[in-house]
Design a protein around this ligand. Structure first.
Ligand SMILES: C[S@@+](CC[C@H](N)C(=O)[O-])C[C@H]1O[C@@H](n2cnc3c(N)ncnc32)[C@H](O)[C@@H]1O
Length: 256
């Protein structure tokens, strides 16, 4: 049975006793699994991760279609959302959107660069901490964050930073794991994430702690209603969310 608890203020991996040490742990952990990240993502989600990202891009397609839109895929990891947005943009006759990616984990960015090059694209990706972006105020039309937000050391600071760099009218899309709403499905999912994820993820990636952290961080992450509330508190409006796959993930959309 999943226990209810106060929503965490940020990621708290085991052993981390400050925001700095939490961020260091998260960066190191993603660095260790970068080479196997995509394989494990697809395998452990039964390929549903592709559908979740596709749906996200579908929901923000109107922003991509804005002429000269500036778009950041934050916590881009190996670049799947960025590539999905590029392919959507390619299908729009007159879109001149500029799509960038950023992440604070170098090995993940190397994977992203390799995939972007393989797709014969030139989308720039840069190394930056989501809590202190090297970007001007009000410079972006759209920010996407897929499965990255939960790992930030401080959610409130993250939201303020994203609000800072978005233009008025700009859109934030956060795709993140959540808890299934159905009691029976939640119990099955609880078993899968507590026992199967760490075992299979640990064996394939060689980093069992990464795949023990995953369910733990999902359990501690604010519920969709609470995250929507935090977004409004940080100045976002028109906040809405949709659950997918019985609530395994939730997509939040918000406007500055
Ligand atoms: C679970 S991966 C998600 C990657 C990708 N968005 C996807 O959909 O697969 C989370 C990513 O967030 C990045 N990340 C976590 N905290 C970050 C921070 N404070 N600043 C920048 N990137 C961060 C990690 O390095 C990692 O690449």
């Amino acid at each position: 049975m999943m226990s209810r608890m106060m929503p965490a203020a940020g990621a708290t991996p085991k052993g981390a006793n400050s925001e700095e040490s939490a961020a260091r742990w998260v960066r190191g952990m993603f660095g260790r699994v970068a080479g196997r990240y995509d394989l494990l993502n697809h395998l452990l989600s039964f390929n549903l991760d592709k559908r979740w990202r596709r749906r996200t891009v579908e929901r923000i397609a109107d922003v991509l279609a804005r002429p000269h839109a500036k778009v950041l895929d934050l916590c881009c990891g190996t670049g799947d959302v960025l590539l999905s947005m590029e392919s959507r943009r390619g299908a729009l006759a007159d879109s001149r959107a500029a799509i960038f990616g950023s992440d604070f984990c170098h090995p993940m960015l190397l994977e992203a660069r390799r995939k972007i090059g393989g797709a014969r694209l030139h989308s720039p990706v840069f190394e930056a901490d989501a809590l202190a972006l090297p970007l001007a105020h009000e410079s972006l039309d759209l920010i996407t964050v897929a499965f990255g937000f939960r790992n930030l050391a401080n959610y409130q600071r993250g939201l303020y930073e994203l609000e800072r760099v978005l233009k008025p009218g700009g859109v934030l899309a956060v795709l993140e794991f959540s808890q299934p709403t159905n009691r029976i499905f939640r119990a099955l999912y609880g078993f899968f994430s507590k026992y199967v994820l760490p075992l299979v993820g640990g064996l394939i990636s060689g980093s069992r702690d990464a795949y023990s952290y995953l369910p733990e961080s999902i359990r501690k992450f604010p519920r969709p209603e609470e995250l929507a509330h935090q977004m409004r508190d940080c100045g976002f409006s028109s906040v809405e969310f949709e659950r997918m796959t019985f609530g395994v993930v939730a997509l939040h959309l918000a406007k500055k």
